[in-house]
Each structure stands twice: as C-alpha cells, then as structure tokens.
Design a protein around this ligand. Structure first.
Ligand SMILES: [Zn+2]
Ligand SMILES: [Zn+2]
Length: 155
C-alpha cells in the first residue's frame, strides 16, 4: 500500500490546456508528450500503449510508455481495462462507462449518468464508490451467449 494520496486534477478541456498543465507543473513539453496528447485529444479513439507507440514512429517505445504514465499523473490521460486486462488509454475526464463482452471483446458504452442509480445503491450498501470508468462492466454478448448455448461450452 502506497501512502501517496490519489491525485484528482480536473481533466484539461483540450490539447492546449493539457500542454499548459505540463508546463504549470514544471514539466517540459517534449515531442513525445505533444504527440501523445495530439493522439488522445484528436479522434478520441482509445488506444493501447503499443498502438500509441505505433502511431508515433519517430519516438522510442519506452519514451512513449513513460510519457503515458506521466500524463496520467497529471490528470491528462487515463486508462481503462478492457477484456482480460488489456488497458487502453484515453484523454482524462471521460464519463462513458465501457461494457465489454468477455467472450469476443466487443465493447459498447454507457454514460456515467445511466448507471448513477446502481452506483448510489452500491455506495449505500457497501460504502464503496464504484470506479466504472477504470474497470468496465463485463459479461457476454448475444452472439457469445448463443454460441455457448449451442456448443454447451460454458467458457
Ligand atoms: Zn488500471
Ligand atoms: Zn461476445
């Protein structure tokens, strides 16, 4: 257990604000940081660390990985675990709750507002505030349920 309190910096509204966040915390805006921020704040596609690195061919893979960690600490980037532990990175501040199929990996999104009643219930009964933006809801999609019913394979 680490003693460091979780940092809850508000998510920067856009890429310029994200770059300003780095400077205001004494960091340098390197080509790697700029490249990663342009990707995350561009089309909004969630990407694994490998995919981020692949999209920035001029930058060393290890530099990209370190950069993702630094951007997370600054509240600029955020990751969510899909499927079996596969983490994808997005800009921070998203309110969409991923819902993933454990069978085929298909992913849909709900909004945090859609699951507010469920979160309140869990908080009331257990005292735990669910972080559904970090770990998605998971289950089996219609196709995977049909396939396992036919084959008698419970997975
Ligand atoms: Zn995680
Ligand atoms: Zn499925």
């Amino acid at each position: 257990v680490t003693a460091s309190p979780p940092r809850r910096l508000p998510a920067p509204p856009d890429a310029d604000a994200a770059l300003e966040r780095i400077r205001s915390h004494g960091g340098r805006v390197t080509p790697a940081k700029r490249g990663v921020i342009d990707l995350l704040y561009g089309d909004g596609t969630p990407r694994t660390a490998e995919e981020v690195a692949a999209a920035l061919p001029g930058i060393d893979r290890s530099v990209v990985y370190r950069c993702l960690g630094q951007l997370e600490e600054l509240g600029i980037a955020h990751h969510v675990h899909l499927g079996h532990g596969r983490a994808v990175y997005r800009r921070a501040g998203g309110t969409d709750v991923p819902v993933a199929c454990q069978g085929c990996g298909a992913t849909s999104q709900l909004d945090l507002g859609d699951v507010e009643a469920f979160r309140s219930l869990v908080l009331d009964r257990t005292g735990i505030e669910l972080d559904l933006v970090h770990f998605p809801l998971s289950g089996r999609c219609e196709a995977c349920r049909a396939a396992s019913a036919e084959g008698g394979d419970a997975g």
